[in-house]
Design a protein around this ligand. Structure first.
Ligand SMILES: Nc1ncnc2c1ncn2[C@@H]1O[C@H](COP(=O)(O)OP(=O)(O)OP(=O)(O)O)[C@@H](O)[C@H]1O
Length: 449
């Protein structure tokens, strides 16, 4: 039967393009046979899946014709000649590959594309990204082991590149000799085009295929670029078969990337797919605080909250606002305050407070303290009424554009000097009373949500 298979392969070669034949059919080897079935060996599960889907009928026909009897075809994964285990990049001794495998990374190596600031230490983990964070850490601790490929997807500016680089940086920190390559898919494509132009494709292929870890950012840019996908597909297979780690990021789930070849899509789905969701307010605030610390910007809690409550989930945009505030503060020699933040960012932050009215605040605060609206507006001096009233006045000033006289008018016709006095008192108390501060923050958050 082995002869039958070799002959069948020859016949199939005549009807397929050389590229297709070499990719899918040539690697298939004779395994064993019975009178009515043929077991063929394929080098990996990707080829097995693809060939079963696309070429099984053709192979069956070719073999049955030569054997002169209907023949069942079964594919089996080839036994690896090596140990078949994942390479632990933390153990330099286990590495195989090209003679340059033990060399230190040199300037100009693709590793130098990694942003050194994007590490796990600088990444804030919250409920929105904890799965992707954990998966990335697992991959960084044990590359090419459990999650290969790792596919990270999520919206714009949610930290995909950060995690991708963190994986690369950690692997590299553990083992300086690991060949870690970070590329955006766009750069991969541009470099490939140049190499085709200058007839350097062998160099291009060798460069990627000798990597221990390949990190490709924004894979969705490969959509519709057939030649790039084809090249990446071969790079992928070559690395995967050599037990090298592949991590890709995308703004979409594999099946939602338009014009992505099925064979690539299925490969991405073989491994682990981890998503990053938009951060909640708490995570946004925690990220802002971390970024402020890293950039030596003093960021008061109320300002962090103000930025965190803005409608954007894009962390890059939040970071931009923070840097702007920091720059403004340092240029004017002032501290970052809420008033300053509101002024400096008035064109950027879609200020939800614009929708908040004095009446809404009065009702919300009155409900919170379980007092009547009429009591809120009255002149009664009971402490149980004075505190909510002063808090409401403070929030009116903070969240609405109403002037002191307008606020006074809506609080039972009080004079504007009473409102100013109330504001000043509240500002003073806020510097000493943490409980009051928390109450106001919660009320503010409730009003803006
Ligand atoms: N959880 C986080 N902790 C700390 N920084 C974060 C976090 N998420 C995002 N960032 C920061 O936000 C910025 C944008 O992140 P990044 O570039 O990784 O986003 P992305 O998802 O790759 O965006 P794009 O879709 O545009 O490629 C970076 O400066 C990154 O450090």
């Amino acid at each position: 039967m082995e002869k039958v298979w070799l002959e069948a392969q020859g016949n199939i070669e005549k009807v397929l393009t050389p590229q297709t034949f070499n990719t899918w059919i040539r690697p298939i080897r004779f395994g064993s046979a019975t009178s009515s079935s043929l077991i063929l060996e394929v080098p990996n599960k990707f080829i097995k899946e693809w060939v079963t889907e696309k070429y099984l009928a053709m192979i069956q026909e070719a073999v049955s014709a030569l054997a002169e009897t209907p023949c069942q075809i079964e594919f089996r994964l080839e036994e690896k000649t090596g140990d078949g285990k994942a390479v632990d990049l933390a153990q330099p001794g286990e590495k195989s590959g090209s003679p340059t495998g033990r060399e230190k990374t040199r300037p100009g190596d693709p590793t130098s594309n990694l942003n050194p600031k994007y590490t796990f230490e600088t990444f804030v983990c919250g409920s929105s990204n904890q799965f992707a964070h954990a998966a990335s850490q697992a991959v960084a601790n044990k590359p090419a082991s459990n999650y290969n490929p790792l596919f990270i997807y999520g919206g714009v500016g949610l930290g995909k590149t950060h995690l991708l680089c963190a994986i690369g940086n950690q692997i590299h920190a553990k083992n300086g000799k690991a060949r870690v390559c970070y590329y955006t898919s766009e750069k991969f494509m541009n470099e490939m085009i140049n190499c085709i132009r200058y007839k350097k494709m062998d160099e291009f292929r060798n460069k990627f295929r000798k990597m221990d870890v390949l990190l490709i950012d924004d894979i969705q840019f490969m959509a519709g670029k057939e030649a790039t996908q084809e090249e990446f597909f071969h790079t992928f297979n070559s690395l995967y078969e050599s037990h090298k780690q592949i991590v890709v990021t995308s703004d979409k789930f594999p099946k939602d990337i338009p014009q992505l070849e099925e064979r690539l899509r299925s490969r991405f789905e073989w491994g682990l797919i981890a998503d990053i969701q938009p951060p909640d307010i708490e995570t946004k605030v925690a990220i802002l605080k971390k970024k402020a610390e890293l950039n030596a910007i003093t960021l008061p809690d109320d300002v962090a909250m103000f930025l965190g409550s803005s409608s954007t989930s894009n962390v890059r945009e939040l970071e931009g606002m923070l840097i702007r505030l920091g720059a403004f503060a340092s240029l004017t020699g002032n501290e970052v305050t809420l008033t300053m933040a509101r002024e400096v960012l008035k064109d950027i932050i879609v200020d939800k407070s614009r929708d908040v009215t004095v009446e809404m605040i009065q009702k919300y605060v009155a409900d919170h303290f379980r007092i009547k609206l009429a009591e809120m507006k009255s002149d009664k001096r009971l402490k149980t009424l004075v505190v909510p009233r002063q808090i409401a006045i403070y929030l009116c000033r903070e969240l609405t554009k109403a002037s002191y006289p307008e606020i006074g008018e809506k609080f039972g016709g009080k004079d504007h000097s009473t409102i100013i006095y109330s504001m000043k008192k509240m500002e003073r108390q806020l510097t000493q009373d943490l409980e009051l501060k928390t109450t106001i923050e919660n009320l503010r958050r409730g009003l803006l949500s």
